[in-house]
Write a protein that binds this ligand. Sequence first.
Ligand code: PEP
Ligand code: MN
Length: 338
Amino acid sequence: MIIVMRPKTVQSEIEKIKRKMKSLGCEIHESKGQNYHLLGLVGDTSKIDPNQIQANRNVEKLIFVQEPYKKVNRLFHPEDTCISVNDRTIGGDGFSIIAGPCSVESEEQIVGIAKEIKEIGASFLRGGAYKPRTSPYSFQGLMDEGLDLLKTARRETGLPIVTELMSPYLIEKFVEDVDVIQIGARNMQNFDLLKEVGKTNKPILLKRGMSATIEELLMAAEYIMSEGNERIILCERGIRTFEKYTRNTLDISAIPIIKKLSHLPVIVDPSHAAGLWWLVEPLAKAAVAVGADGLMIEVHNDPANALCDGQQSIKPEKLRSLVSSIKDIAKLVGKEIK
Ligand code: PEP
Ligand code: MN
């Protein structure tokens, strides 16, 4: 339920309603804009009498929220949410490019790639240190050493780092070392992990599970938000369908749908969606055209010898042509690469 206050209601009256709602067992999610002041009620609203609220002269109207996700719901926060990370922002009229290898492999590799992608216009460096691999015999990432190498690359370039957290036991280390914590597709419904990252104040990049519906993705974000962390970036990375040609099927319609349903920024990972390097650029163009707030792209200096996902990784020079080919599309949808 959302209480829409009349414009210009004095704060003391708003506080009175908030106290009353809290005493009835609700948590309140407040959202203010230039012309609106909303009190979103979360939790058990069964003790609330809508007629009584509507009798309050400072209340414009009540909105009943049907969806199970509340805090991530656009009804709770009509304006787009922008997530600031160090001196950068994801969302709004900006378009962010997150690029880097699937896995951190060596200092030379990660620092070299970081310098190249920065010069091309990427604003974040990605790289896996702890890798969720299908086979226990595949390369699992350099782990702690990989995290240290990402920090070296950040020191050398100033690029904020994005890397995946797989287990709650590493959370303190990630909060200390990482700029954006990635929750991967395989952990999208790891509810304990979601609750733990929800207790931090770090930006969270939440990837859609490979067989998750849009509503399930939004409910995963709700888990994080319900613990207090509202700094969430959603990521469409393809879903599993009957089509075998690509690794996954990029659900391009998910972007405008999520934008309609939620205020959170949404980015697209065309690399894991396609699984094929030559499909990354056309899918990236489509992502920009449908209103995504950014891209996450796997870039490797030597894809043929990459320890993970070489077949879908593009070389830095290909990233350069991709970035130049999406600039005009971004402008057409009112965005600018930042
Ligand atoms: C990744 O981004 O490194 C990754 C493993 O992606 P996903 O979780 O989408 O499979
Ligand atoms: Mn990968």
